[in-house]
Design a protein around this ligand. Structure first.
Ligand SMILES: [Zn+2]
Length: 165
């Protein structure tokens, strides 16, 4: 954990770009999924590919959205990020988790004790991944390209560095 080695002039909590890139992308994915559910009533992404520089999410989507709808999605994701919401996790029984989030895609092997990740009060999702601690660490969310075909919507996105990082 050499990320923790800091010089005397460097505040301990300054997010390191490399350290947070993937966590930031993945946390943005949580926010994007919740936004898609709220806007379109679709399910969270069926598959996703998250990388440091660019990522993509696929949604089961009956007909093509419009560019302006996706502009609104991008705007909403950034509005959530800009609220500087805390990202927290809590382990709870499955019976409690299923009241907070959709567990239909969770493998049965996940067990009876689940880790639920909260992005403020905006999103709750069972997840064992790594996340940033606050949405202020994500940066600006940008949908780069998208396409729709045969009931599948693919969104490609990237993050631009946050002003305060
Ligand atoms: Zn996650």
């Amino acid at each position: 954990m050499n990320h923790l080695t800091t010089g005397p002039k460097e505040p301990v909590f300054t997010p390191k770009k490399d350290y947070f890139e993937r966590e930031a992308m993945h946390t943005a994915e949580h926010i994007l999924n919740q936004t898609m559910v709220r806007f379109f009533g679709c399910a969270r992404s069926a598959t996703s590919h998250i990388e440091k520089l660019k990522s993509k999410c696929d949604y089961v989507f009956p007909s093509s959205p419009t560019q302006s709808q996706l502009d609104e999605v991008e705007k909403q994701v950034n509005a959530v990020i800009e609220k500087h919401l805390p990202v927290t996790a809590r382990v709870m029984p499955r019976s409690e988790a299923e009241k907070l989030c959709d567990l239909s895609k969770l493998p049965p092997a996940a067990g009876d004790s689940l880790r639920v990740v909260f992005v403020g009060d905006y999103d709750a999702c069972a997840c064992i991944g790594k996340h940033v601690e606050n949405t202020s660490q994500i940066g600006r969310f940008k949908i780069t390209t998208w396409d729709w075909q045969a009931g599948r919507l693919r969104l490609r996105f990237k993050l631009e560095e946050a002003k305060n990082v």
